[in-house]
Design a protein around this ligand. Structure first.
Ligand SMILES: [Zn+2]
Length: 186
């Protein structure tokens, strides 16, 4: 086995080349990925998750979400994709330290804690810190989720944050009235 070290490298190169050709030239869905060789090559090099991919549970911001919330977001993302809309989690679970930093930045930006609370919660009140909230993007994904989210129990919570969703209703029921901004929830 150790006498032919070059052979596996050559084989790997051929496999990679074949897979590359197949993926870049095949427009026929019937033949795309239908050979065992292509499937094997794909299996050994899975496509990397993009940042914020709702199925990438290697990211703490996604893995530390409430499992029920994550299930709902993943189910919604699959259905949104069928409509040509790609849901991305721009921010999910946050550590207390991260939330404090965001709050401190908001105080600096808006001039007072009172004003900052309209945009960012403290570590004690943020649903992101408990894993019970997700921020979704881009804008067309927010609009899709505002229209369809209640079917999964997902609701916009604050009128001034179209990207922030939480489990807030029984799937299929209506969402509760929104708070004008996060300072109203306290
Ligand atoms: Zn949020």
């Amino acid at each position: 086995m150790s006498k032919t070290p070059a052979f596996p490298l050559v084989l790997a190169a051929v496999v990679a080349l074949t897979a590359g050709c197949s993926e870049s030239t095949s427009d026929d869905p019937g033949s795309n990925g239908s050979t065992g060789l292509t499937r094997a090559a794909r299996g050994s090099t899975p496509a990397p998750h993009l940042p914020g991919d709702v199925f990438d549970e290697s990211q703490p911001t996604i893995a530390n979400l409430d499992p029920e919330l994550l299930d709902a977001v993943q189910a919604a993302a699959e259905d949104a994709r069928a409509d040509g809309v790609h849901l991305v989690i721009t921010s999910g679970w946050r550590s207390r330290e991260h939330q404090q930093r965001l709050f401190d930045e908001a105080v600096a930006e808006h001039g007072s804690e009172e004003e900052a609370l309209r945009y960012v919660s403290t570590p004690d009140t943020s649903a992101h810190v408990t894993g019970d909230a997700v921020d979704i993007g881009p804008k067309e994904a927010d609009e899709w989720l505002i229209e369809h989210g209640a079917a999964y129990g997902l609701c916009q919570i604050f009128a001034n944050e179209i990207w922030h969703f939480e489990l807030a209703t029984t799937p299929g029921e209506e969402c509760p009235p929104m708070y004008p901004d996060s300072s109203y929830r306290g």
